[in-house]
Write a protein that binds this ligand. Structure first.
Ligand code: DC
Length: 223
């Protein structure tokens, strides 16, 4: 049995999971793993190569050709897809619009979960996503389930996207989030649900510093 610490952070899209995960990892000197970035990179590959999501043969062949790597330069997400840095491109709308469908595919999840479990086998890590406390690390040391008011979430994401997408509207962002919430919570494969032993963190009215202090207080007993 390994005794490394795993902090699992799950929750809806744009709830501030990655903000908290990065801050926690930085504070505790843990490795940060953005599992959503992995699904996004797979979605990008599928888009570029026009993979038919209903064709299992095509999906399986494509998965064999995809090599993902995280580069731990700082506590930001730096992910490469077959050695190409794609961290910015995976945040753009075409990927955001297709990633839920890609992440609902059994073969895709199976492969990603395997890689994620490998990353958490020996190091202290903070991993954020949708199924980290339920499917990837059911025995995680500490689990958080994050939530926030949907309008607040859309406004946060809109502000983030606007500098690079001046055409984008708040309504579009709101609809994309609502659509992803629906797909993430109703899919057959590992739907987004709160693990029974996850600590609920509603950050609608919390500053990033306040949520960090709260989360640290829950992890510190295990250090
Ligand atoms: O956290 P994010 O928005 O970057 O995630 C992108 C998509 O990937 C999101 O629609 C849900 C999916 N996802 C998932 O199914 N399981 C995870 N562990 C992480 C993300």
């Amino acid at each position: 049995m390994s005794n490394n610490i795993v902090v699992a952070i799950d929750g809806y899209s744009s709830c501030g999971k990655s903000t908290l995960a990065k801050a926690l990892a930085k504070n505790l000197h843990f490795v940060y793993v953005d599992s959503g970035a992995m699904y996004r990179a797979v979605a990008l590959y599928f888009l570029r190569n026009k993979i038919d999501l209903n064709d299992h043969g095509q999906v399986n062949d494509a998965l064999k050709k995809i090599h993902l790597n995280f580069h731990a330069r700082d506590y930001e997400t730096h992910i490469t897809l077959n050695d190409e840095e794609v961290s910015a491109e995976i945040r753009q709308m075409p990927v955001s619009e297709s990633v839920s469908a890609v992440s609902a595919i059994h073969e895709v999840r199976h492969e990603m979960v395997k890689q994620q479990q490998r990353m958490g086998r020996s190091k202290n890590i903070v991993m954020d996503g949708r199924d980290i406390g339920t499917a990837v690390f059911p025995d995680a040391t500490v689990k958080f389930f994050m939530t926030a008011d949907p309008i607040t979430r859309a406004e946060r994401r809109y502000k983030e996207l606007l500098p690079k997408n001046p055409e984008i509207t708040l309504q579009e962002v709101f609809e994309n989030l609502a659509h992803r919430d629906y797909q993430d919570t109703t899919r057959k494969e590992s739907p987004l649900v709160r693990a029974e032993d996850a600590i609920i963190l509603d950050n609608t009215d919390l500053t990033p510093d306040e949520q960090l202090l709260f989360a640290l207080s829950k992890v510190e007993p295990f250090l």
